[in-house]
Design a protein around this ligand. Structure first.
Ligand code: HEC
Ligand code: HEC
Length: 390
């Protein structure tokens, strides 16, 4: 079944009057590429299909279908992971090992296997489960077929940019430039607006409610719940906080039966996270995933690398179950929390904290909602209406 590319309409959202005018800047070129379905085999999907700017740069189709992972261009393939938001991804530094911390830091994908946004962007078009082009040369052919691209690429990257390298396995320069241009777009303010209620609160333009403020205190307080251990890069209440220190941890997320039930992964499939990254081979990193940004998290569910939790409140309850004997049941299934997908490396020390009351859970959820960029606040209101109608 072919789907319409609803998100493509939202290209207009960022396409101000400048889009039609030449010369395009590198970021404007990247914007066109990000919304262009030409780089999927059946021309049915673009980056924006799975990273829809109307839904926090996450996959809106999945929510409609109640799915946990994204569908590929062929209309039936699914991958192993829940598409994360591409917003604020530019805050992640290049993937590296920090000797002082003794930790891997940064990179793109949940296992950091792409060092930069430019490296990341050349992945999906050739991924058979996603955009499924047979090879990079095909991507270059499709670039050359569009006069807007030939003009911009030769002007921005040089006359020889479309030449193919003698080694057929090497990345063609034009395809590498495709990644560069998308990276330039992903680094623009369109992806990182920093205008959530929380940002407005920091500027004195919004007053937090009592519940939101309690959530904020809990979030940042180190002897209470420790969220900030992993979801804070700067100091408390610093401007432009990405809400991740860009490190990797195993928080004990269970495998997702709904993902396995799709039948596209082996029944005993285990996602080893950081250990799937070819640059990493030490078993202490098994099952670790990138500490994700929490910006826009209220509108980008389902949650975790495998989409195992639907509601934000479940996520907070999940953290609490490590500290609170009363929190034995997963509120979504009504059953005990299942075992971690990779039990050996769970960051148990860092997950220790005080048990949370219902009110404190509500407060943390209310605080997380304040991290929603202003343009997505209507989505939050729509969500609240749906919940009220349940
Ligand atoms: C079929 C859905 C799909 C398409 C199409 C797609 N992505 Fe993704 N994207 C994903 C999934 C799933 C992940 C996580 C994969 C992983 O970690 O292994 C991801 C990860 C990312 C990340 C990393 C975010 C982070 O926090 O690490 C960025 C950035 C990104 N995609 C940008 C793009 C760009 C640019 C394109 C187009 C060239 C694109 N995506 C096309 C599904 C998709
Ligand atoms: C030890 C590090 C660590 C601590 C402490 C921690 N987190 Fe996380 N958080 C993570 C990692 C890693 C993930 C992703 C795990 C996965 O996908 O398997 C995550 C995922 C999340 C998500 C889901 C994000 C998404 O887009 O799927 C939310 C929400 C969240 N954390 C909120 C919190 C809150 C609230 C606290 C405090 C109660 C907290 N975290 C404490 C590391 C941590």
């Amino acid at each position: 079944m072919k789907r319409s590319i609803v998100p493509l309409l939202t290209a207009a959202l960022f396409a101000g009057p400048a889009a039609a005018a030449t010369p395009l800047s590198e970021a404007q070129l990247g914007r066109l590429l990000f919304f262009d379905p030409a780089f999927s085999i059946n021309r049915s999907m673009a980056c924006a299909t799975c990273h829809d700017p109307q839904s926090g740069f996450s996959d809106q189709r999945r929510k409609v279908d109640g799915g946990v992972v994204s569908l590929g261009d062929d209309g039936h393939s699914t991958g192993n992971r829940n598409a994360p938001t591409a917003a604020y991804a530019a805050t992640s530094p290049k993937f590296h090992f920090d000797e002082k911390l003794g930790e891997y830091v940064g990179g793109q994908f949940l296992d950091g296997r792409a060092a930069t946004l430019a490296d990341q962007a050349i992945g999906p078009p050739l991924n058979p489960l996603e955009m499924a082009l047979p090879n990079a040369a095909e991507a270059v052919e499709r670039l050359k077929a569009n006069p807007l691209y030939t003009e911009a690429f030769t002007r921005l990257y040089g006359e020889g940019i479309f030449d193919l390298p003698p080694n057929p396995d090497a990345t063609p320069p034009a395809y590498a430039a495709f990644g560069q241009a998308i990276q330039a777009f992903e680094r623009t303010d369109a992806f990182s607006t920093y205008d959530s209620k929380y940002d407005r609160f920091l500027k004195g333009e919004y007053e937090l409610t009592v519940l939101e403020d309690l959530g904020r205190t809990l979030f940042f307080s180190n002897d209470n719940v420790n969220c900030a251990t992993c979801h804070k890069q700067k100091r408390e209440d610093a401007p432009q906080e990405p809400f991740t220190n860009h490190q990797y941890r195993n928080i004990g997320v269970p495998a997702n039966p709904a993902l396995l039930a799709l039948g596209q992964l082996p029944a005993d499939y285990v996602d080893h996270g950081l250990l799937e990254n070819l640059a990493v081979d030490d078993p202490q990193y098994d099952g670790r995933f990138k500490n994700p940004t929490l910006r826009n998290v209220a509108v980008t569910g389902p949650y975790m690398h495998n989409g195992v939790f639907r509601d934000l409140r479940t996520v907070v309850a999940f953290y609490d179950h490590y500290n609170n004997p009363e929190r034995g049941l997963n509120p979504e299934s009504g059953k005990p929390w299942r075992d971690p997908e990779v039990p050996a490396t769970v960051a148990r020390e860092e997950l220790k904290g005080q048990a949370l009351t219902e009110r404190k859970i509500d407060a943390l959820v209310a605080f997380l909602k304040t991290l929603t960029d202003q343009r997505y606040e209507p989505l939050l209101r729509a969500q609240e209406k749906r919940v009220a109608a349940r």
